[in-house]
Design a protein around this ligand. Structure first.
Ligand code: FAD
Ligand code: NAD
Length: 152
């Protein structure tokens, strides 16, 4: 099975879009991710999957903390910035929540400590324990068949 067929099949699973943020030595790093899921209620755990080549892997490994920002339908540009789909550098303002950088106006921000790490093929699974969260009203940004979609 070739990579294209696998990606096309996985792209049939409609998801939301998140930006993972973390901070190391005063520098904030962000990365767009749709490999995100809720894992456990007691304790409150979530999971993200990060490519072994992504800079984010080392940032989280070293900081031991990260935030998951679930994007609203009005934040497609944020997803594009943090996926490297907009080539020129953009200044992004971050808010601070639980001492961690978050993307303002996200639907949800989850501040997490790394609870467990598992290498899986060419990705690393980071399970995060949710320390605190912020929720706002709004419609989500969606991703389906490799394209951004609005729910309304
Ligand atoms: P870089 O590629 O260096 O950074 C990402 C981009 O963010 C760069 O353009 C950089 O300039 C910008 N950036 C970072 N920090 C800042 C800052 N402080 N201020 C302004 N700009 C900044 N990959 C995965 O591993 N797992 C996934 O689940 C996943 N899901 C994705 C879902 C979608 C919808 C898309 C479009 C991509 C997804 N990717 C995923 C791919 C991933 O987003 C890109 O490969 C990304 O470029 C990897 O980031 P990096 O950590 O290597 O850092
Ligand atoms: P796409 O058509 O490549 O993605 C469709 C689906 O395939 C994604 O939702 C994801 O489930 C899966 N997928 C894609 N690349 C993957 C990877 N390297 N590892 C594991 N699963 C993967 O969408 P696109 O618009 O071409 O994506 C833009 C870029 O973002 C591509 O370079 C793609 O590889 C990357 N991406 C990576 C992941 C990931 O690492 N989990 C997820 C989505 C997109």
């Amino acid at each position: 099975m070739d990579d294209r067929m696998f990606r096309a099949a996985m792209g049939k699973f409609a998801t939301g879009v998140t930006v993972i943020t973390s901070e190391l030595d005063g520098d904030v790093h962000g990365m767009t991710a749709n490999a995100f899921m809720s894992v456990s209620l007691d304790p409150k755990l979530i999971l993200i999957s990060v490519d072994e080549k992504a800079r984010m892997k080392e940032v989280i490994n070293q900081s031991g903390k990260f935030t998951v920002n679930i994007l609203s339908g009005e934040q497609k540009e944020m997803s594009m910035i943090f996926a490297g789909q907009i080539k020129e550098d953009r200044d992004v303002e971050f808010e601070t929540f639980e001492g961690l950088p978050v993307i303002e106006n996200s639907l949800v921000s989850l501040a997490c400590d790394v609870y467990q790490t598992q290498d899986a093929g060419d990705h690393t699974l980071f399970i995060g324990e949710v320390l605190n969260l912020n929720v706002q009203d709004g419609e989500p940004l969606a991703f389906y068949e490799g394209k951004y979609k609005q729910m309304t």
